[in-house]
Each structure stands twice: as structure tokens, then as C-alpha cells.
Design a protein around this ligand. Structure first.
Ligand code: DGY
Length: 310
């Protein structure tokens, strides 16, 4: 097996690859590779283990050559891969479902609590030396208990978010793309908090735009931990600036790592750099799963995480 790995990954997973591969190149980079570096690294490989922000398309497959048999994605989302083109070329694509579900659900709640209880603003203020003591009207946020949570995308992660809502005695509304637009609009109108967990597809791109933010309550909060292009970032900035919604918590952005400059000036948003699955335990599990997926496919063994059965 001749394999290219586009980033350093946790040691245990690296060892799995080192033990099994005849040839293994690990890109020595902590940041996303340029297209040129990705293509050079791919040349002549049987398998490539890529990150969710490495693009795998016809150009990469051409650069790799006809022997390429597997793209293993270190991510559950596969919007970075041209699956149809991979399938046409009989390249198996795998991903890492399940292992990051609880961790991403936790992060959703961390963002929701942080923005509604003004944790980041409060932290900045506490450090600034400006605090003169407790007052009844300082940094007032919003209660969560007993309110309505709208979950957009009720798959594994959305369901795990809903389970946690039971602890806050919340009413939960859910929407998946299989439901109707009417149900989506009801969720927009009635939710106090909306969390987003849909995959990025042509159907979910800009699912949240001007019109959707207008339908939300002016006291509602928007939380996206799925993929940035599911929201229209300029429309979100306008909605926040004009107080058409109360706040937002974002783990993902339309053009990562760029963040709309309008978001940076706002106090009622919490912004974090795509940390949904970022715990030691989960990144270790994802790495092992991605390494095992790649080896199973290249060895012709059954693999449970194939996105495009050939
Ligand atoms: C995922 O697995 O989809 C995470 O967002 C990391 O890309």
C-alpha cells in the first residue's frame, strides 16, 4: 500500500498506517495544504487520507493516477469530495461517522450557553480591570430552561443535541430535509434557539438567508456547528446588526478560515474555529477510524464506513 496522509494525526492511528503501508508520506504541515502540495503528495498513491478541508476532485484524482483506490476522509462531512466523480472512477470514499456525535453535541450546547449567558463577553470584561462589582443589570442574558429548541437536521448529532435538551425541560422541534417547508417555517417562527446539524449539499446551501432570519423571533439565537455555507453569512451579519435576532454561536463559516468582518465587530456572537469534534478522545477515535477505513479498503476487506458503495 502506498499512502499519502495530508496532516499529522494522533500517534496511535499513525502507527496503524506505518505498520501496514509499504510506503507512507505524511505531509509535515499543521495548516491546510496548497492544491499543488496536495497534488504532488497524491501522485502514484493507492490511498490518500485527507482532512475535511482538503478538496478531493477530478484534478486531485488525475494528479494521483489511475491506481488510486481510496480516499479516506478524516471527517464525517464529505462536502469536500466530489463523490460522483470518485464513484465514476471507482475510487472508494470513506468517512468517520458516529465517533464524534456526542462531542459535537456537547460543543453545540457550549456555544448555545456561551452566547445566551454572555460568557465570552463577561470573560473579556472580567479580565479588563473595569469591573466595579455586582449590579442587578450587568450582562443579562437569556434563560434556556423551559424554552423551545429548534433542531435543523435530526440525524445522529441533532438527536444527541435533543437528548441534552431534556435536561433543560425544553420543547424540541425538529426539521430534516425530508419534511416540508411548512414545518421548517414553524420551527423558524417558534424556536427560541435554532441549532444546525445538516450536511452541506446543494439543497442545504444558504438554507438560512435573509428570509429565514426575518422569520425568527427577535429574541432567538442561531447556532451553526454543521457547515458554514448552510447560512448566508452576510445575511446573518445584517440580521444581527439590525437586532432581527438576538445572537449567534458559530463553529463554522462560509469561507473558512475567513470570517465575515461584520461578525468580528459584534458582541452578541461567539465565534470558534471549527472545534466541533476537537477533544483528545474524539480526534483519536476519528484518526483510528480513518486509518482503519483506508487499510480495509486497500486490503479488500469489508469496511462499514463507505460513502459510495461501488
Ligand atoms: C466533521 O467530521 O465533519 C467535522 O466537522 C470535521 O470536519
Amino acid at each position: 500500500m502506498n499512502v499519502f496522509l495530508t496532516r499529522q494525526i494522533p500517534a496511535e492511528a499513525l502507527e496503524i498506517l506505518q505498520k501496514t503501508c509499504r510506503q507512507l508520506e505524511v505531509a509535515d504541515s499543521e495548516i491546510p495544504l496548497t492544491i499543488e502540495r496536495l497534488q504532488t503528495g497524491a501522485r502514484g498513491r493507492d490511498g490518500i487520507l485527507i482532512m475535511g478541508n482538503d478538496r478531493a476532485d477530478a484534478a486531485l484524482f488525475d494528479a494521483a493516477g489511475n491506481q488510486l483506490r481510496c480516499i479516506s476522509n478524516f471527517s464525517v462531512g464529505t462536502n469536500n469530495i466530489d463523490i460522483a466523480e470518485a464513484t465514476r472512477r471507482r475510487i472508494t470514499v470513506t468517512n468517520t461517522p458516529g465517533v464524534l456525535t456526542e462531542t459535537t453535541a456537547d460543543l453545540t450546547w457550549a456555544l448555545l450557553l456561551a452566547v445566551t449567558r454572555r460568557i465570552v463577553e463577561g470573560d473579556r470584561f472580567a479580565r479588563s480591570g473595569s469591573w466595579r462589582g455586582w449590579t442587578p443589570t450587568q450582562f443579562l442574558g437569556a434563560d434556556i430552561s423551559g424554552k423551545t429548541l429548534g433542531i435543523v437536521g435530526a440525524g445522529r448529532i441533532g438527536t444527541a443535541v435533543a437528548k441534552r435538551a431534556a435536561g433543560f425541560n425544553m420543547r424540541v422541534l425538529t426539521f430534516t430535509s425530508r419534511n416540508t417547508r411548512v414545518e421548517f417555517e414553524t420551527l423558524l417562527r417558534e424556536s427560541d434557539f435554532i441549532t444546525v446539524h445538516v450536511p452541506l449539499t446543494p439543497a442545504t446551501k444558504h438554507l438560512f438567508g435573509e428570509k429565514e432570519f426575518l422569520l425568527m423571533k427577535p429574541t432567538a439565537y442561531f447556532i451553526n456547528v454543521a457547515r458554514g455555507p448552510v447560512h448566508d453569512e452576510a445575511a446573518l451579519v445584517n440580521a444581527l446588526r439590525q437586532n432581527r435576532i438576538a445572537g449567534a454561536g458559530l463553529d463554522v463559516f462560509e469561507e473558512e478560515p475567513k470570517i465575515h468582518p461584520g461578525l468580528l465587530d459584534l458582541e452578541n456572537v461567539v465565534l470558534i474555529p471549527h472545534l466541533g469534534s476537537a477533544t483528545i478522545e474524539t480526534r483519536r477515535r476519528m484518526a483510528i477510524m480513518a486509518a482503519e477505513n483506508l487499510i480495509s479498503v486497500l486490503a479488500g476487506r469489508p469496511c462499514p464506513n463507505i460513502v459510495n458503495p461501488l
